[in-house]
Design a protein around this ligand. Structure first.
Ligand code: SF4
Length: 379
């Protein structure tokens, strides 16, 4: 068993308002957000993992939420200084923060950069004000444009723009107009993903009228072609990039890398050279978390569950997957899944070379069927 790359995820759980489609671990608060107190607990949470991490080095950091850009730049500086003083971080580590485009938050971008952040991921979602209102977003199109200009002028290592499609009553023209506007900013990386209605959200109890399947298909097809014609490469289901700007943090998740998650509801996956893979889930509720009850669940990933976990991540990526990674990072021999691979090959869901596997166009369309082959007890 080899140790994969290690990333750090930091969760900031507060938002100004809960968006009706959101199923993330996020909370609104009537009181002021306790920036410094929460940072203190994040660092205490991190300290509890130092023995397990040993002398491993963090390759990427992602500060997500919630809305991390609600945090003051001072709190962010204390947080990142605190992380750096406790754990090794590679010199050129990608350090991303998720940000909302509202004016106050955009004004903090340069201070975040000063704290060591070198990549900003901005939740634009749409440039159409009506759609932004329907999505319950607190920013408008002008603020989105201004925040993108600010990010562009900072000479960051990279930045990402999030854009949604398949919005309530969205036409093909409206979706393409959003995409044209996004591309005009020439972002190095963009996440273009379809609105889905998740359980336990406001939209699930009061569903909006979404475009029908035919329009959704046209939006995806025409949008995808537009992105490719504009010089973007799709490397994951919803992720497009200019050459050399893939999100290293997300790549590590999808390549079955290790990650340490600190903060409310954060997840960790840690591999040990004695063949154990440990998953840890943190307490979701901020109040309970700040009483020092950080860890909610912890369990080992059983050998029989590893093939599904490996391919569930790996086949989101369109790149070739080295066959050696399966052996190195699951601790299993290939023979244990040979018949499952053969079934996937017969169905035309994957391609195989002496050194790699790769998902095919058909595999992308039937991803759930493909992954089902690797479930324990499925023949
Ligand atoms: S801003 Fe993001 S995390 Fe917060 S409620 Fe909206 S979608 Fe969820």
């Amino acid at each position: 068993m080899k140790l994969p790359l290690l990333s750090l995820y930091i969760h900031i759980p507060w938002c100004v308002r809960k968006c009706p489609y959101c199923d993330f671990n996020s909370y609104t608060s009537n009181e002021d957000i306790p920036h410094q107190k929460y940072v203190h607990h994040l660092l205490a949470d991190l300290e509890n993992h130092l023995e397990a991490v040993g002398n491993r080095t963090i390759k990427t950091i992602f500060i997500g939420g919630g809305t991390p850009s609600l945090f003051s730049s001072k709190a962010m500086q204390i947080l990142l200084d605190g992380v750096r003083s406790r754990i090794d971080i590679t010199d050129n580590a990608e350090i991303t923060i998720e940000a909302n485009p509202s004016t106050i938050e955009a004004n903090r971008f340069s201070e975040y950069q000063h704290a060591g952040i070198n990549r900003i991921s901005i939740g634009v979602q749409s440039f159409n004000n009506n759609k932004l209102i329907q999505l319950g977003r607190i920013h408008n199109a002008e603020e989105a444009k201004r925040s993108v200009h600010l990010a562009t002028n900072l000479s960051l290592q990279s930045f990402n723009l999030d854009l949604m499609h398949g919005l309530p009553n969205q036409s093909l023209e409206e979706a393409l107009d959003d995409l044209h506007q996004l591309i005009s900013f020439n972002p190095p990386h963009l996440s273009w993903y379809q609105l889905t209605i998740e359980p336990n959200t406001l939209f699930s109890s009061r569903p909006p009228v979404l475009p029908d399947d035919e329009i959704l298909w046209d939006i995806f097809n025409r949008g995808h072609q537009l992105l490719i014609a504009s010089g973007y490469k799709q490397y994951e289901i919803s992720s497009y990039t200019r050459l050399g700007f893939q999100c290293q943090h997300n790549l590590n998740y999808w390549r079955f890398g290790d990650y340490l998650g600190i903060g409310c509801g954060a997840h960790s996956k840690l591999t040990f050279i004695d063949n154990r893979i440990l998953r840890i889930e943190k307490t979701k509720n901020p109040r309970a978390f700040m009483q020092g009850r950080y860890r909610d669940k912890q369990y080992e990933v059983m050998l029989e569950d590893r093939p599904f976990e490996f391919f569930m991540n790996r086949f989101r990526l369109l790149e070739e997957a080295p066959r050696a990674d399966f052996i190195n990072y699951t601790g299993l021999e290939e023979i244990t899944i040979r018949y499952k691979l053969d079934k996937a090959l017969v169905q035309g869901y994957i391609k195989e070379t002496p050194t790699s596997w790769q998902i095919t166009e058909k595999g992308k369309l039937f991803l759930n069927n493909l992954l089902e082959f690797f479930l324990f007890n499925k023949n």
